[in-house]
Design a binder for this molecule. Sequence first.
Ligand SMILES: Cc1cc2nc3c(=O)[nH]c(=O)nc-3n(C[C@H](O)[C@H](O)[C@H](O)COP(=O)(O)OP(=O)(O)OC[C@H]3O[C@@H](n4cnc5c(N)ncnc54)[C@H](O)[C@@H]3O)c2cc1C
Length: 546
Amino acid sequence: MNNFSAKHRSEHLRQLEDQHYDLLVIGGGITGAGIALDAITRGLKVALIEKADFGSGTSSRSTKLIHGGLRYLKQLEFGIVREVGRERAILHRNAPHIVIPERMLLPIVKGGSLGKRSTSLGLYVYDRLAGVESRERRFMLDVERTLQCEPLLNKDIVVGGGIYVEYRSDDARLVIEVMKTAVEKGAMCLNYVECHSFTTENNKINGANAVDVLTGFPVYIKAKKIINACGPWVDTLRKADNSLKGKRLHLTKGIHVVVKKERIPVQQAVYFDVQDGRMVFAIPRGEIVYIGTTDTTYRDNIDAPFANKQDVEYVLAAANHMFPDVHLTIEDVLSTWAGLRPLIHEDGKSPSDLSRKDEIFISESGLISIAGGKLTGFRKMAQRSVDEVCKQIKKEEHKKFADCHTDAIPLSGGDLEGKTPEVYARELQTHFTDFNIDEVLNLVLKFGSNTRIILQVAKEKYDDNLLLSEADYCMNYEMTHSIGDFIVRRTGRLYFERPSLNGSMSDLHRFFTQQISPHTSVAEKQWKDFEAEYTGVVAFKNSSRT
Ligand SMILES: Cc1cc2nc3c(=O)[nH]c(=O)nc-3n(C[C@H](O)[C@H](O)[C@H](O)COP(=O)(O)OP(=O)(O)OC[C@H]3O[C@@H](n4cnc5c(N)ncnc54)[C@H](O)[C@@H]3O)c2cc1C
């Protein structure tokens, strides 16, 4: 039985209830996925539950960069710069199909937050602290070369620029590749299972009461240790554990807008100043450019953050100021996404000044909660959390576990045989000549070496229909239950390849309904949820809320 197939849900649920786990992880974002992988590879028996789809919280709503930590340099957090710089290199090595170097232009503007000399020095220090390879080190540009690099820039304010390298990723795919690797190593990870309370023995936590969200049936999971990796919902579970005291989360919302590349044809990614002192990214991806983000305190419904009109106008105004000839308006916005940063509250600090450091809280009952942090640092966050679990079990049972070694574990799809995705795709295409190189590369940049399975199945089962074969793979190997899971998080098609869905939506809906939803009511609910999500991406157009 494939332990990550959506088709075997009832067997998975049975197994989840039958076993007694060393560790139960609650929350299937990047933090939870990283913890599951770290723990299973140290020899712990691990389960993970996620109340919606994997990555559906903040971990599919980020700027999708594996940062070298430039912003931390501004806050003088040198330790974090060093750590995330190293992490970036490890992630690129272990998942070269989805963690890819991207040249970033940093324009220097009159009256901006960065001067020429401070930028040059800052990037120099950053390169050294983050251990940036020599071919990826920064170089500075005079004003003419900056404008040659990016002719759309505001000529009245640009005084120079710097080029440095960030790594772009696909956050939701990173979550799924980490989770898939954990499952391949023996972890039991299930989506659509929501924890609502805990059980204790002698005042120590020993299990979780949950519900199968797709059927409403209760699920009970026994575990020696439980980690709350619920991101923005961390405090909700701390409350369920009666341990919400002391430090609390401070949620801040960040949104991105997606526009057609022809409306803002930037030559490369640009990280630019906003007049209020913040900085914003414009990142080209295929036929679109996404721009963001914002950083505002959030006190609304955690389950449904969305970009309102004010957020969108802020981002568009920032882009129009830096690229004055593009004149973007709300009508240009194809879609938006909004995410919540699960930061730790510090009195008197503004959202942008709050530290992005992660912290672990351990309650009297033994619930271990981890909050803060970044996508980029997930492996180290996992290491710190699992160190704590191993320390506790060692003390209680004198058992020993291996040290963390996830730095040396390639993620699923990451074995490109030392080749770049382009070279790997070109070679693969010679074995599957029915498909053109663009189609193969598009798949390699999502599924890496697992692309081979999709191409083979397309030939054998779907008469060369790649979309259905991709859906088949996601259902059988990535626990994909619905069209929403598929087009939002497994493939990003909703945001980045919308035309590829033209005329295929009903086929895809029928595919998931027939294949895995034995109860029509479940299929219909998923379709409705998806429709809500789909219309949600343009909800700001009708919104007057701020
Ligand atoms: C706008 C924005 C841009 C960002 N850009 C970047 C970036 O470019 N690079 C970077 O490194 N970082 C970035 N970050 C930060 C990064 O995205 C987050 O730190 C990270 O995704 C948090 O992951 P997480 O797993 O802790 O939380 P989440 O991804 O939110 O995961 C928590 C999960 O727990 C689940 N859950 C909640 N309650 C329960 C329950 N009761 N039972 C079961 N499951 C439950 C939720 O459904 C959710 O899926 C950005 C953040 C934002 C908001």
